[in-house]
Design a protein around this ligand. Structure first.
Ligand SMILES: [Zn+2]
Ligand SMILES: [Zn+2]
Length: 322
């Protein structure tokens, strides 16, 4: 391997805790394992999908393109071992994003695609041949009975995306919820790339309102437990408390003096809010390094955007002119 060019100036980060990793992928780059009975999960270490083998064919939950053709290989492997059908008959989507749905077209035109009505609307808008729109939709809740298996779909309002929905497997003691809790890891970028941050923040409690023992979180290399959701909630609550303190204590004066003097309002706003974001992140990075993987990598981004949401959605840190 070539050495990293010094000109890139790439930072070193804290070591990733061993608890963040799951089972090693095989030579083809995937791991497939049983969740419970006929419910299985597949991962490439970064993305996760799930499938049920039923008497009415395979029901696939999400189709991340990074797993791609390994989805069918994983299904073949399980079907062969169990004497079950390997034919994917249904694809159920958590949400419309291409990184979780972009291998959908590999399963052809004849599979039944199921998703939230907003997933259908957004996929028709995006017009991506890799992601045909669902033809079976739901608004708030829908129970699927496929090959004798019960699958409960539920939408709890806009969150990471307008359509992102929960898939509950009541007979498998399992919940699938993508792009909210990254099991063992912190969220990424803009509060896990969320369109609606207050909605994002409410999803862990919604997940915990269902009975389940195993979480399929859509990301990274291992399955989750209820404790993983609770730890994520604590991390977000700590960030929120830290943001409130930072908004109340970081003095805007020096930023507005320096940049305001030359009429550069955006220069002042950027420097001040960056300082508030840094003050929000610092104690949380310290507390979670070694606890949640990549706390030092993404907490600054998450802290900044959570702080902005607290300002804009809740009005904290804004004053009415006297
Ligand atoms: Zn997404
Ligand atoms: Zn994702």
């Amino acid at each position: 391997m070539n050495a990293t060019p010094a000109s890139l100036n790439l930072p070193d980060y804290a070591p990733i805790p061993a608890t963040a990793f799951g089972p090693a992928p095989n030579a083809q780059g995937y791991y497939v394992g049983r969740v419970e009975r006929n419910l299985y999960w597949v991962t490439d270490g970064v993305y996760q999908a799930a499938f049920l083998t039923t008497s009415d064919g395979v029901v696939l939950f999400d189709a991340p393109p990074s797993i791609g053709h390994n989805l069918q290989r994983a299904i073949d492997e399980i079907a062969r071992a169990n004497g079950a059908s390997n034919k994917v008959a249904y694809v159920v989507h958590t949400h419309h994003h291409a990184d979780h749905a972009g291998a959908s077209s590999l399963f052809g035109k004849d599979v039944v695609r199921i998703g939230h009505e907003e997933t259908r609307r957004l996929l028709l808008r995006d017009d991506d041949p890799a992601r045909p729109a669902p033809t079976e939709t739901f608004t708030d809740r829908r129970t699927l009975e496929i090959g004798g298996e019960r699958i409960e779909l539920a939408w709890h309002g806009p969150n990471h995306t307008p359509d992102n929905s929960i898939i509950h497997f009541p007979e498998h003691d399992t919940l699938m919820m993508a792009d909210i809790v990254n099991v063992g890891w912190v969220p990424v970028f803009v509060v896990n790339l969320s369109d609606d941050i207050p909605g994002y923040l409410s999803m862990p409690a919604a997940a915990l309102s269902y009975p389940w023992s195993t979480l399929i979180s859509g990301h990274l290399g291992r399955l989750g437990k209820r404790e993983d959701v609770a730890l994520h909630q604590q991390y977000m609550a700590d960030l929120e408390a830290s943001a409130k303190t930072a908004l109340a204590t970081v003095d805007p004066t020096p930023y507005f003096q320096k940049y305001g003097a030359v009429g550069n309002m955006w220069g002042a706003v950027k420097a001040y809010l960056n300082a508030v974001g840094d003050a929000t992140a610092a104690p949380v990075i310290e507390k979670y390094t070694g606890v949640l993987a990549a706390a030092d990598v993404f907490t600054p981004d998450v802290a900044f955007w959570l702080m902005e949401s607290i300002r804009l959605n809740r009005g904290i840190g804004l004053q009415v002119h006297p």
